[in-house]
Design a protein around this ligand. Structure first.
Ligand code: PMP
Ligand code: GLU
Length: 395
């Protein structure tokens, strides 16, 4: 049967983040006391004013198809948000609202990529970039980065990776899975390289922009010389704790936005109407309305860092954003833990699930086999319990 599937599909794998969280859910349903640190999903309720706006939208009759790229009112609010938070000037014809940032990214890739085009992706990268690029039958060019450099790509590495076939560069800042946040100066140096290669487009995934601690978020589209090369991606899932509402959006050159609109018109028609009205309320609000969540994430981050530093054999670099830590676990490779030989990060993550009943995601999902992703988008108590268990099984 499987050989009837398209080659395109056979070429990609299941999302490891989603696979691990499904496994954790299944084990939990069977009665195991699993603590799930695998999924990047905030545990807060969306803000009350957003919930009220959605309820009102139902009562006011927003039940029908919206324009493909989103309600004009929402696109105007997104433009205002880009200006207010990111100092970026877009007009509504440059905005496309989609069913989550995931769809936004896929729209962009389907718009831009031809077979065999090269796409530069610094590793560690978010799990879906690689698979989406493969799905488009393009060639991913993975550029490894290291913990010592805060897992950031250096402009020389970028320059070396660019060839005549390079179509696109994809990255996230704040980064999932490392938590690294590129500074203004670092982005400026990368922008200097892109300026020399005006045909290379840049997909800047900024879905964690508000979840920043000591480093302020900067959008790479802020540099005028490369502004037209950048597609800025964002969404409501993380900052507003609205993962299930499925709202993502892009700001880009008009020709990119138009092609995303064309694809979306054939694939989904539009994002959910009620969620779009809720998004107007969420994005109109000043970011200080969600500061309480960021403060809580920062407390949890400090807790995770303190507890991980007490575990022998784990190395970590301090994240400045998002809600993940990405410790190096390779000290344990080639060693027997509770009678089990650990050779790689998949086996390490499996071991933690089996012996500590803590679900994490193997670094291999993100292109780094020496690390492990731990999400701290869960309660202080669960984090404490999970890391106590991890410490115990690794002792
Ligand atoms: N980009 C990154 C870096 C993410 O972590 C996520 C999380 N799912 C997404 C995009 C997709 O988000 P959404 O829920 O809006 O599809
Ligand atoms: N982005 C989240 C994560 O990395 C949610 C899962 C997913 O969309 O892959 O865990």
């Amino acid at each position: 049967m499987t050989n009837r599937l398209s080659h395109r599909l056979q070429n990609i794998s299941y999302s490891q983040t989603i696979a691990m969280s499904s496994k954790a859910r299944e084990l939990k349903n069977k009665g195991y006391d699993i603590i799930n640190l695998s999924l990047g999903e905030p545990d807060f309720l969306p803000p009350n004013f957003v919930l009220s706006a959605a309820k009102k939208a139902i009562d006011e009759g927003y039940h029908y198809y919206t324009p493909v790229s989103g309600y004009l009112k929402l696109k105007k609010v997104i433009c205002e948000k880009f200006y207010r938070d990111n100092h970026l000037k877009y007009n509504p014809s440059q905005i496309v609202v989609s069913t989550g940032a995931k769809q936004s990214i896929m729209n962009v890739l389907l718009s831009l990529l031809n077979k065999d085009d090269e796409v530069i992706i610094p590793a560690p990268y978010w799990v879906s970039y690689l698979q989406m690029v493969k799905f488009c039958e393009s060639s991913p060019v993975i550029v490894p980065t290291i913990m010592k450099n805060d897992f950031k790509i250096h402009p020389d590495q970028l320059e070396k990776a660019i060839t005549s076939k390079t179509k696109l560069f994809i990255f996230s800042t704040p980064c999932n899975p490392t938590g690294s946040v590129y500074s203004y100066e670092e982005l400026k140096d990368l922008a200097e390289v892109f300026k020399k290669h005006p045909k290379v487009m840049i997909l800047s995934d900024e879905i964690y922009e508000h979840i920043c601690y000591s480093e302020k978020h900067t959008s790479i589209a802020i540099f005028p010389d490369i502004h037209h090369q950048v597609i800025t991606v964002n969404g409501l899932s993380k900052a507003f704790s609205m993962t299930g509402w499925r709202i993502g959006y892009i700001g880009s050159a008009e020709w990119v936005a138009q092609s995303c609109d064309k694809i979306q018109g054939q694939m989904t028609s539009c994002a959910n109407s009620i969620a779009q009205i809720a998004a107007i309320s969420a994005l109109s609000a000043h970011p200080n309305q969600i500061e309480y969540m960021i403060k809580e994430f920062e407390k949890r981050k400090n807790l995770v860092l303190d507890m991980i530093q007490e575990i022998d054999g784990l190395q970590i670099c301090k994240p400045n954003g998002a809600f993940y830590v990405f410790p190096k676990i390779s000290n344990f490779f080639g060693k027997k833990l509770h009678g089990k030989m650990i050779q790689n990060s998949d086996e390490f993550s499996e071991f933690l699930l089996e012996k500590a009943q803590v679900a994490t995601v193997s670094g291999s999902a993100f292109g780094d086999n020496e690390c492990l992703r731990i999400s701290y988008a869960t309660s202080y108590e669960k984090i404490t319990e999970a890391l106590t268990r991890i410490k115990k099984v690794l002792r």
